[in-house]
Design a protein around this ligand. Structure first.
Ligand code: NAP
Length: 258
């Protein structure tokens, strides 16, 4: 694994780096030598992750505290990264949150919020990063959810955004293949992160009960740990599989097959 995961001199942007899968990915990228831009909103948590990364490879990550849906935030991420490092090798679009939605909703607000963060932000960051990724023959990782094609109450707009994200990634992979830039999707199943706090589930016992309940319906009987998903992201982002592009890479213990 050591020879595959070598990010020495590679510049890696991770959004959603203050928590869950993004935070674990940042730690692994750091362990294998990456120069990092870490993006999040929570100053304390982003600072703690950045400190851990610095302890792993001696390099202080660039921390960017922004709400990515605010106008100009995506531009800030790419411009500050290029200003500091001069290039971009990998963009990991990992920022996300979870909201319930249904066709019975009375306003368009949830639709707009989900589409803004889950689709518009990764699209805009990708657009802005492409000129730099073309120069480095770099790659983009987008996130989806392995159960997108299943009906689950409350997931209407989240599943619509994931479906669009998959179409975007595949089309962009085809457009960018001639430039040597790869675009892939990582689609985990349910993963133990801070995602439930988006639903105001913050109590540790209630959180554990929720994951225990969900686990009962999973073929492998357990939810994923963020470290495993993060390692998968890092392997996909590495140079190990130069022809892997336009792939939707599922990691879910067969949950989507059941
Ligand atoms: N957990 C799962 O079961 C699961 C399954 C499939 C796919 N995914 C996807 O995996 C990705 C990572 O999620 P996670 O499970 O690791 O969740 P998490 O622990 O809740 O982390 C979410 C991250 O996104 C950041 N974020 C949220 N809204 C933001 C905004 N408006 N601007 C900037 N940053 C924002 C958060 O930053 P702050 O905390 O600093 O605000 C945090 O760093 C998401 O795209 C999610 O959809 C998760």
């Amino acid at each position: 694994m050591d020879s595959i995961l070598n990010f020495t001199d590679k510049v890696v942007i991770v959004t959603g780096a203050s928590s869950g899968i993004g935070a674990e990915a940042a730690r692994i990228f750091a362990k294998y030598g990456a120069k990092l831009t870490l993006v999040g909103r929570n100053e304390q948590r982003l600072g703690a992750v950045a400190q851990e990364c610095k302890e792993k490879n001696g390099m202080r990550p660039l921390k960017i505290l922004v709400d990515l849906v605010h106008p100009g935030s995506c531009e800030t991420v790419i411009h500050k990264t290029v200003e500091k490092y001069g290039k971009v090798d990998v963009l990991v679009n990992c920022a996300g949150s979870f909201s319930l939605s249904s066709v019975f909703d009375e306003t368009i607000n949830t639709f707009d919020d989900i589409m803004a963060l889950s689709l518009r932000v990764p699209f805009r960051l990708s657009q802005l990063a492409v000129p730099y990724l073309v120069k480095t023959k770099g790659n983009i990782i987008n996130m989806s959810f392995s159960m997108t094609n299943k009906y689950r109450p409350g997931l209407l707009v989240a599943n619509m955004a994931s479906a669009a994200m998959e179409k975007f990634s595949i089309q962009a992979a085809a457009e960018l293949a001639t430039e040597g830039v790869r675009v892939n999707i990582v689609s985990p199943g349910v993963t133990r992160t801070n995602m439930l706090s988006s639903l105001d589930i913050n109590d540790p016992i209630l959180t554990q009960d929720t994951y225990d309940f969900v686990s009962n319906f999973l073929p492998c009987g357990q939810v994923l740990e963020p470290k495993e998903v993060a390692l998968y992201i890092c392997v996909v982002a590495s140079g190990a599989f130069k022809n892997m592009t336009g792939a939707n890479l599922v990691l879910d213990g067969a949950a989507s097959l059941a």
